[in-house]
Design a protein around this ligand. Structure first.
Ligand SMILES: *Cc1c(COP(=O)(O)O)cnc(C)c1O
Length: 345
């Protein structure tokens, strides 16, 4: 059991903030005449403001993820909770965050936008947490520690024991990004929410669920942190369209599981083919829906693929990823096109 005093970590101005109260906050429930929100009364299916608390959607996600609705915050993609968490906890030009690199770029971009210093520490050469480096990096102004597992762009899971160790020793809030959770076995870190008040888990509908276009990020934490995010979010941050599409698609968990099985199968096949391509020096093991691939000359390979209409992600400028491309696992046909093109280069 790890209890961190969350309110003592929150920025002073946020702690005393009185949140905006929207029309749909002040009256909830069925009525026959709504004249409270300056909407157009003519039914277009979308003339009414959406539910600012996404009650139905959270109920469904709570069932799926085996958590309580009070432990869920929904954002316009994962990028919104990343930004809101930084703004809730970090005092500009004073506080800092620790980020093991290489990882997803938005943590440090969001920190920089908010004038929060980033203490970057390297992952180990096999892209796992370097405990000493992380514990050396944080100081009394470190509010947040970001980790991504499976990690982007390396594709591997971080050591669960090291994450657990940091959950015990870190005095701030840990944001664990599990965007690729559906591609691993097991429940990830959601089961630890009840015992670790300083844990925030991010997941998304953008990857396995096939809903990148609706922008729906899921943030799980203890009810205190969730309430805090709710007080500072834009009132109607999840559109009515996104809420209804998400609700409909979440009914079809079997479809998602089928896609995941197929993508993992294709990942293995793609891995096997890539390792036999002469320019490929190494394919890193992946627990996600992409492969990090070291080639002889990433920059040239990237551009050669572009001229053949195939776009991958050049990660060669990223630390520890020299000459690496990040390649999403596509359909069988798309992967074959990629491998054929690489063979012809
Ligand atoms: C793709 C990805 C996300 C998803 O972001 P959304 O804004 O929810 O689409 C989050 N974190 C990581 C590490 C990712 O790779």
């Amino acid at each position: 059991m790890k209890s961190v005093d969350i309110s003592s970590l929150v920025r002073q101005n946020i702690r005393i903030l009185k949140p905006y109260s929207s029309a749909r906050d002040e009256f909830q429930g069925p009525a026959s005449v709504y004249l409270d929100a300056n909407e157009n009364p003519n039914n277009t299916a979308y003339n009414r403001y959406p539910d600012p608390h996404q009650v139905h959607l959270k109920k469904r996600i709570a069932q799926l993820k085996k958590v309580q609705p009070e432990q869920i915050f929904l954002g316009n993609g994962s990028d919104e909770p990343i930004d809101l968490i930084i703004r809730a906890f970090c005092e500009p030009n004073r506080d800092n965050v620790v980020i093991p690199m290489p990882t997803y770029g938005m943590y440090s971009i969001s920190a920089s936008i908010n004038a929060i210093a980033v203490k970057a520490v390297n992952l180990t050469s096999d892209f796992d947490i370097d405990l000493n480096a992380v514990e050396d990096a944080w100081d009394k102004n470190t509010k947040l520690l970001f980790m991504c597992s499976p990690n982007n762009p390396s594709g591997n899971l971080l050591s669960a024991d090291k994450i657990k160790h940091l959950l015990e020793t870190f005095k701030g809030v840990i944001i664990l990004d599990e965007a690729y959770i559906d591609f691993i076995e097991g429940d990830g870190f959601l089961p630890l929410l009840g015992t670790h008040s300083n844990l925030v888990v991010l997941q998304t509908l953008s990857k396995a669920w096939g809903l990148a276009g609706i922008r729906l990020g899921m943030c799980f934490s203890n009810p205190e942190i969730i309430r805090l995010l709710n007080t500072i979010k834009p009132p109607y941050n999840i559109s009515g369209l996104s809420q209804s599409v998400a609700l409909a698609c979440l009914e079809n968990e079997n479809k998602k599981n089928e896609w995941v099985r197929e993508i993992k199968k294709q990942r293995q096949i793609l891995n096997d083919h890539l390792t036999r391509v002469p320019q490929v020096e190494k394919v890193y093991p992946s627990d996600a829906n992409f492969l990090l691939v070291k080639v002889k000359n990433a920059h040239r390979t990237y551009h050669d693929l572009v001229t053949r209409g195939i776009i991958v992600r050049d990660r060669s400028n990223v630390i520890l990823c020299e000459n690496c491309l990040r390649i999403t696992v596509g359909t069988e046909q798309e992967n074959k096109q990629l491998v054929d093109a690489l063979r012809q280069l």
